[in-house]
Ligand binder design. Sequence first.
Ligand SMILES: Cc1cc2nc3c(=O)[nH]c(=O)nc-3n(C[C@H](O)[C@H](O)[C@H](O)COP(=O)(O)OP(=O)(O)OC[C@H]3O[C@@H](n4cnc5c(N)ncnc54)[C@H](O)[C@@H]3O)c2cc1C
Length: 396
Amino acid sequence: MDLSLSETELAFRDEARAWLAANVPAEPLPSMDTAEGFVAHQEWEARLAEARWSVVSWPREVGGREASLVEWVLFEEEYHRAGAPGRVSQNGIFLLAPILFDHGTPEQQQRFLPSMATGERIWAQAWSEPEAGSDLASLTSSARRDEDRGGWLLNGQKTWSSRAAFAHWGFGLFRSDVAAERHRGLTYLLFPLDAPGVTVRPIAQLDGEAGFAEIFLEDVFVPDADVLGAPGDGWRVAMSTAGNERGLSLRSPGRFCAAADRLVELYRNRSGFETGARAPSSTTGGDHHRDRVVDAWIAAQAYRLYTWGTVTRLAAGGDVGAAGSVNKVFWSELDIALHETALDLLGPEAEVESAWLDGYTFSLSGPIYAGTNEIQRNIVAERILGLPKEPRGAAR
Ligand SMILES: Cc1cc2nc3c(=O)[nH]c(=O)nc-3n(C[C@H](O)[C@H](O)[C@H](O)COP(=O)(O)OP(=O)(O)OC[C@H]3O[C@@H](n4cnc5c(N)ncnc54)[C@H](O)[C@@H]3O)c2cc1C
């Protein structure tokens, strides 16, 4: 792995750094899980898009700058270092767009990608159902053929759909052939969340905001033009990018390196390091806290280096595959460790300090979303380490 950057890459990084320094809002935006914050984040997406920073790796004709994978990682590092707002368009640009590029028709790409790049249309992922989370292939929401109208009728219930309370369109898997094997007979469909027959019911998160929603579908008509990939091939289409979500695109290391730097800063402030007036060790928990700060910082750097390794492998034609599960477990546990350490340093103050506290409550969901860590450990055990397969029926 060669970590030296070319002149072009350095120029790209400097341009991104300068633009972010001049444009990142001085005050944090309101939470994107509120109506007001959602719109404020959409406006930020539009600003990014105007300067072509919203989807740097995409082709120019759909809003990108054709940046390489290395440049994409550099941009992500700069983005988080600058403390820029969370991406309200993340489901679309990181989860749906790669599938659209690989499996979408040119017409679908033209119709959906530009408004995703500008943040005008925000997407919700409608995969999970009340009885189908880890075992996604057991989903029962159906797509029934409507020959007369040339499309499909959707029925069923989706749940835990992030940002669906305010989003505009959903992408999800539906059972289109009940007679087929579990993983077959599924179709990947795109549908507007305001279509007749769709009811969206917000679900409050731990912090009280409507971070998720349930989506109820009753005879919702979707034309053939909105099927992604071939009918019945939805599982393969969906899984073609799941490794990327866990392993690279969803949680870039810049996010954790920036949090680790803030943690170091917090420790320095609380220990009186800046002023030279060192606080008694009881304020900072002494060596114990210091060691945890150091461990968290090193872990964030390790994750960064591992990601550069992944990028090098991908650039050489490899894929993320099952190694994405190693990453998923690592980044989700790192996020909790970073935030727990900060709360311990803050002591009772943590209860009124909202940034670390908000980050902590969100970090608790890391081992659940993008595939639970128990399932990721099964994947690591079976596919990477070659351990015996989990006995059937012993799961829960
Ligand atoms: C913050 C957040 C955002 C989310 N956003 C979305 C979204 O936008 N769209 C969407 O579709 N979904 C979303 N989800 C849902 C998420 O994908 C599911 O919660 C997840 O897949 C787990 O499914 P489940 O909740 O049904 O739990 P279950 O599958 O019922 O699992 C319950 C527990 O049993 C364990 N378990 C299950 N099977 C096994 C096994 N074989 N071996 C060992 N342990 C096992 C699990 O690991 C878990 O600990 C989100 C979840 C969270 C927390």
